[in-house]
Design a protein around this ligand. Structure first.
Ligand SMILES: [Zn+2]
Length: 92
């Protein structure tokens, strides 16, 4: 009977220790992942040029439309508009 209680206590202690270790491990892993993404962002912070206004913007903040880069939706729309207009005038 006593042995069963001791076993239960040991099991409980091991269980909680495991949970605690798992929590520490998860925290470490998340911290590491966050640090890696921060580093990637800093290193991979390539600059692209807005097709419309020639302003340089970081790639992750820029908008991509087909092969062109834009600094904002407004400039993307302006460029698309301009292209539509020139293509329709070319037809005539
Ligand atoms: Zn622009």
């Amino acid at each position: 009977m006593n042995l069963l209680i001791i076993r239960l206590i040991i099991f409980g202690v091991l269980f909680f220790a495991g949970m605690k270790l798992y929590g520490i491990y998860r925290e470490w892993q998340m911290e590491r992942a966050a640090r890696l993404t921060r580093e990637n962002r800093r290193e991979g912070g390539q600059m692209v040029r807005c097709r419309w206004c020639d302003v340089h913007v970081p790639e992750d903040e820029a908008l991509r439309d087909n092969a062109e880069w834009f600094c904002s939706t407004a400039h993307r729309d302006r460029f698309a508009q301009e292209q539509r207009r020139s293509s329709t005038s070319d037809d005539h």
